[in-house]
Design a protein around this ligand. Structure first.
Ligand code: G3H
Ligand code: 13P
Ligand code: ZN
Length: 320
């Protein structure tokens, strides 16, 4: 069942985080649904602008509708990841999305407020919620001086003002993570003090953590052993997901880790079976491995085992 994103946040707030996983194709969708059903977790499917144009946006929507039929007990929201203004309007008009993200994080503060407010007005008119972003993810290096480093993190006072002036429904905050497989050069961790200060100023307001892949080192080693070159790849400590969730992070975005599973499976398959040219053997292994990966993440996020209770909450909240 596709539900509004806010309903999932209401159930999760302060207790666990909802895994927000990106999909681009059928195999990812199959692994995603299986993994969430195996671990009994509510979840968010994320579709990026790139994913919408990889095949055709209608193809992904059709895959999700089919999965909803195959797994009628699944409980999930469909979310536009890192949208620009026009893509947000397209998704709002389509009627298929539970929520959209307007990513104005690279804009000056006032411009970010203006574009976010326009999208919020359009989305709320159709009962769709909006995730916005404030602060700059990425590039947080160990050698950068504290002042410079902190300047890239979300400023809690600005976050409070931003949320009040835009009316957005959730906020992606820069708290030390970055996108991709090369996040940290040293031992940096999450800035819990920033999350705590934002949550203090915005009680019960859902916060979002992007760039949350953990880049498992065994996965990287297997990829490199099978011909890959991902030396130095490093991610977030997955043991920090739950502490972040308890402090108000309701949605944790994981994409890169799924791509690493895909890469490992395909590299190993073709290295070990050089005469194979069939897409189905690695595809089957990938779906199984991705399902296992999703279930393992849900355990760390605390969303595993929450499905029945989240469904009861959703039914009540939606008057069903
Ligand atoms: O944060 C971005 C997501 O990982 C989506 O990546 O734009 O390459 O689909 P993408
Ligand atoms: P990762 O690159 O760490 O998987 O982050 C994904 C993300 O933030 C999607 O919006
Ligand atoms: Zn992101």
């Amino acid at each position: 069942m596709i539900v509004p994103t806010r309903v999932l946040f209401e159930h999760a707030y302060g207790k666990y985080a909802i895994g927000a996983y990106n999909i681009n194709n059928l195999e990812q969708a199959m692994g995603l649904f299986r993994g969430n059903m195996d671990s009994k977790a509510p979840f968010i499917i994320q579709i990026s602008k790139g994913a919408r144009s990889y095949t055709d946006k209608r193809m992904l929507e059709a895959i999700i509708r089919a999965a909803d039929e195959i797994w009628p007990d699944a409980l999930f929201a469909v979310h536009l990841d890192h949208g620009d203004e026009n893509t947000c309007y397209d998704c709002i008009e389509s009627g298929f999305y539970s929520s959209v993200m307007i990513d104005g994080s690279s804009l000056p503060f006032e411009d970010n407020i203006a574009v976010t407010k326009r999208v919020v007005d359009a989305a709320h008119a159709k009962n769709i919620s909006v995730e916005a972003e404030l602060g700059q993810l990425g590039g947080v290096e160990e050698h950068v001086k504290v002042d410079e480093k902190d300047a890239r993190l979300t400023d809690p006072a600005e976050a409070e003002e931003f949320v009040k002036r835009t009316g957005c429904d959730s906020l992606a905050c820069a708290i030390g993570t970055s996108h991709g497989a090369f996040k940290f050069s040293g031992t940096q961790g999450l800035h819990f003090e920033v999350i705590e200060e934002i949550a203090k100023r915005l009680p019960r307001f859902p916060l979002v953590m992007h760039g949350s892949s953990s880049v498992p080192q065994d996965e990287v080693a297997r990829i490199n052993a099978a011909g890959g070159d991902l030396k130095g790849a490093k991610g977030v400590n997955a043991e920090e997901y739950l502490p972040a969730a308890k402090r108000g992070v309701c949605k944790i975005n994981i994409d890169t880790d799924g791509r690493l599973v895909w890469c490992r499976v395909h590299r190993e398959e073709f290295k070990n079976n050089p005469s194979n040219f069939d897409l189905r053997p690695p595809g089957k292994v990938f779906m199984t491995e991705y399902a296992k990966f999703i279930a393992s993440r849900n355990e760390l996020l605390g969303s595993a085992g929450q499905l029945d209770s989240a469904r009861e909450h959703a039914k009540k909240a939606l008057g069903k």
